[in-house]
Design a protein around this ligand. Structure first.
Ligand SMILES: [Zn+2]
Length: 122
C-alpha cells in the first residue's frame, strides 16, 4: 500500500509540472502578436479564439472560429471584415511589394490600418 501512495504522489507531481509547463508564454505576457499573413492564419483551427482589435472604436471582439475557412477570411485579400462593436466594415489588403508580399492588413475606407487579429491562448 505504501508504494502505491508514493507512485500516486509522483504522478500528481508530474501532472502538476506538465500543466505548468504547458501554459503558453502568452498567458503570462499578454496576447500573442498580431496575425498579419496567410501563413500566420494557417495555424488557426476551428474552436480557436481570435481577438479582433478595432482601432476605430478601441474595442476587442472575441470570436470563436467555426471553421478554418472563417479564419482565412481575415487574410484573404478584398475580404470584408465587420467590427462587432462599431459595425464599420473594413477590407483586407496585401501590404508590401506585389508578388512577394505575404503580409496582410485590415484597413478602413480611408486606407488606414485600423484592425488587427490575434489568437488567444485556449
Ligand atoms: Zn470597431
Amino acid at each position: 500500500m505504501k508504494s502505491a501512495k508514493v507512485i500516486l504522489t509522483t504522478v500528481l507531481l508530474l501532472v502538476t509540472s506538465v500543466t505548468a509547463f504547458a501554459v503558453p508564454p502568452a498567458h503570462r505576457s499578454g496576447p500573442s502578436p498580431a496575425l498579419r499573413s496567410a501563413a500566420a492564419f494557417e495555424d488557426v483551427k476551428a474552436g480557436d479564439k481570435l481577438a479582433l482589435v478595432c482601432k476605430q472604436c478601441d474595442t476587442v471582439t472575441v470570436q470563436t472560429v467555426a471553421s478554418k475557412e472563417e479564419a482565412m477570411e481575415f487574410c484573404k485579400v478584398d475580404a470584408k471584415i465587420v467590427c462587432g462593436s462599431c459595425k464599420k466594415s473594413f477590407k483586407v489588403v496585401q501590404h508590401g511589394p506585389r508578388g512577394k508580399s505575404t503580409e496582410t492588413r485590415i484597413i478602413n475606407d480611408k486606407g488606414e490600418d485600423c484592425m488587427f487579429v490575434t489568437k488567444l491562448p485556449n
